[in-house]
Design a protein around this ligand. Structure first.
Ligand SMILES: C[S@@+](CC[C@H](N)C(=O)[O-])C[C@H]1O[C@@H](n2cnc3c(N)ncnc32)[C@H](O)[C@@H]1O
Length: 319
């Protein structure tokens, strides 16, 4: 049985993914400085803070201001000095590093939270009709409706293809182009209907909901999720103390590829051409990978939390 602070906050429906695995890999000890750069409902944060055993400090970051009440709840139980910094992980981590703050453990649990998906007004879900929004930070300039109504068809095709691996990207972008000439597309329900009508009938069945891939693609584009990750990883690494650890949970192959390549590059050390008889670059490995292959949720975890199905966890230790 987990102690109180380790248990999930029942007022939320976000179940932390791969929580025990993250905890083991980050190996937090009393006195450590821990950063959760994607705080969400604070599920992982509660589990990690418990390992501080009342000594150390906890920094929570999220670009979504609506997580603040979850942070206040976390702070009441965490038993350590904790602060919430609202903003993009890439920017906040960079600022902390520049100000000389050093961390022993950093977690990035990427993507959206269950609270974001399940609140219809956020517009992330294809399952309910709502404003076409999808911004993790509701004050950000660009919403999904802006992207859908203002981007050239060619750009929409690229977004659907690259971020959603949508086979009918071009047909869907064309259908959007036709519809928006008549009236702007403002709601998720309208977009779902356009997608349904644009793809061939047999493709509407199987492979999940027909709008799933386009919604994923739009969400990634609206929140610049891949660009953010490219910048957040070096900022997190910079902020780590020697011997410190960072763990990243990715939810699709595009993210996981960025994480894997970043870690591989820093692990390699020497960058001399393979035909050089001796190393002349003098570069040393900057990290040690704590797991060779990405860790996936167990069947047991998936029975309790099917949303974890695409999660992949990688962790490293700074040299
Ligand atoms: C998957 S949820 C995290 C859930 C959390 N680990 C928990 O157990 O409750 C991702 C959270 O990170 C935030 N987020 C995603 N990308 C971010 C970024 N680049 N910068 C800051 N926050 C981000 C989202 O707003 C969301 O609240």
């Amino acid at each position: 049985m987990l102690p109180n602070v380790l248990q999930r906050n029942d007022s939320t429906d976000h179940v932390p993914v791969l929580a025990e695995e993250v905890r083991e890999l980050l190996a937090i000890e009393p006195g450590h400085t821990v950063v959760d750069a994607t705080f969400g409902a604070g599920g992982h944060a509660s589990i990690l803070a418990a390992d501080l055993k009342g000594e150390g400090r906890f920094i929570a970051i999220d670009r979504d201001p609506t997580v603040r009440p979850y942070f206040e709840g976390f702070r009441r139980h965490a038993g350590v000095q904790s602060r919430f910094l609202r903003g993009e992980a890439s920017v906040v981590l960079d600022q902390l590093a520049e100000n000389g703050v050093r961390a022993d453990a950093i977690l990035l649990d990427l993507g959206v939270s269950s609270m974001q998906i399940d609140r219809p007004e956020r517009g992330f879900s294809y399952a309910v009709d709502a404003p076409l929004d999808m911004r993790m930070d509701p004050t950000a300039a660009l919403s999904a409706a802006d992207l859908v109504n203002d981007s050239p068809e060619r750009e929409l095709t690229t977004i659907f293809r690259q971020y959603g691996e949508e086979r009918y990207a071009k047909q869907i972008a064309r259908a959007i182009g036709r519809r928006r000439k008549k009236e702007p597309i403002e709601r998720t329900g309208e977009l779902v209907e356009i997608i349904r009508a644009a793809i061939p009938a047999p493709a509407r069945f199987g492979e999940g909901h027909p709008a799933k891939r386009v919604f994923q693609a739009l969400r990634i584009a609206v929140n610049d999720e891949l660009g953010e990750l490219e910048e957040a990883l070096p900022a997190a690494f910079e902020m780590l103390r020697p011997g410190g650890r960072v763990a990243v949970i990715a939810f699709h192959s595009l993210e996981d590829r960025i994480v894997k390549r970043f870690f591989q590059k820093l692990e390699r050390g020497c960058v001399c051409p393979p035909d050089f008889p001796i190393c002349v670059c003098g570069r040393e490995p900057e990290l040690r990978r704590l797991n060779r292959r990405a860790i996936r949720p167990s069947p047991h975890e998936l029975t309790h939390n099917p949303r974890a199905s695409s999660a992949r966890l990688r962790a490293v230790q700074k040299a």
